[in-house]
Design a protein around this ligand. Sequence first.
Ligand code: PLP
Length: 429
Amino acid sequence: MDNIEHTKNYRFAGYDTVELAKKYGTPLYVLSEEIIRSRCKELKSDFLDKYENAKAAYASKAFLTMAMCKIIESEGLGLDVVSGGELYTAIKAGFPMDKVMLHGNNKSYEELEMAISNDVGRIVVDNTEELYIIEEIAERQDKSVKVLIRIAPGVGGNTHKYITTGQKDSKFGVPLAKDTIDEAVAKAMKSKHIELLGMHFHIGSNLFENDSYIAAIDIVINLYKRLKDDFGFIAKEINTGGGFGIYYTKDDCVKPLSYYTDSIMKAIEDKCKELGVDIPAVIIEPGRWIVGEAGITLYSIGSVKEIPGIRTYASVDGGLPDNPRPALYSARYDAVVANKYDQKPDRQVTIAGKCCESGDILIWDLKVPEIKRGDILAVFSTGAYNYSMASNYNRIPRPAVLLLTKDGEKVIVERETYEDLLSRERVPF
Ligand code: PLP
């Protein structure tokens, strides 16, 4: 890296990214505390403070560490967790448990027990059987558990099929069939240890339109009306999930938060008034929208291979293990050569990861200036579903996570070492 030509370096959140790469090594996840907090503040001003009946939880699957819990707590948001590990992180960070919501299509008995004994604020029930388990645990612990029932509203989001979740044929949620829903609602209403507050749906992730939210709201409020008529059930809440789209490449037509939330609130109010149903509190749970654009990943360029007349591959020192999204859902990213930020991108290269997989391509056909070994690549919008989805494939240690704060940069997750990779192994001979 010493032979980097120092022209104008790319700065992220006020920091020179080339200097960060030099100091902390690559690959390196870099997160801006200021950007995360500014998203939380926008959420407050444009949703929580604007509507009396609005609540928000950060979907921690997007990115979770104890430091992140602290930021989310101080911004006054709730936390959505989806596993014992995410819940454990929140507990260890001292996150207020009454603001935690447990999700999951296959929560284990132990996870439910952990959630109930720690008094989590909500459990989002995915199937009727789960209600029986919750009741048994709650009865034994002499607790009352607040639940929402996740339904599959039969609405697909316009996004990759692996991140649409609200369609009929989905592993998530109770199907909208009358008997199935009624069985779950009747069970919850009958239980002395369960307080049913309403329904939850999550249509999909990285959505750029609001029409699927509106369609799903119509279905849920119709259901509230029917449940009121049939069971006398008065829903106090509706959770419309997360999924708001963010900027990855110039083709993404990003909308402000209020584009989604104003239409969600209006659709709920209009439909409730139309049907004579009480207007419930509305919970949203964005993940990507809060943290996605707050993160970048810094890589060092290694081998550069030109296949004459076909393409040039520039390989980085990470890839699939730190960002599986391109391989998983053909996700697209944009990037710059950080140490040549002022140079004209006059050629095209394909950014390859270092894994033994042909599918380990981070970015096809990226416009760059002349690129060579030792250059630093900054890939944008990697704050969500990168660190949280990272693996050790090919025994590649996970990168460090660096948080850029007003008081300097702080390592919030240390870089894994080769020793870490072996630390849980036992050799029985
Ligand atoms: N809520 C639920 C139930 C989810 O499954 C997800 C993502 O998968 C989210 C919220 C967050 O979605 P996003 O990060 O797109 O906002």
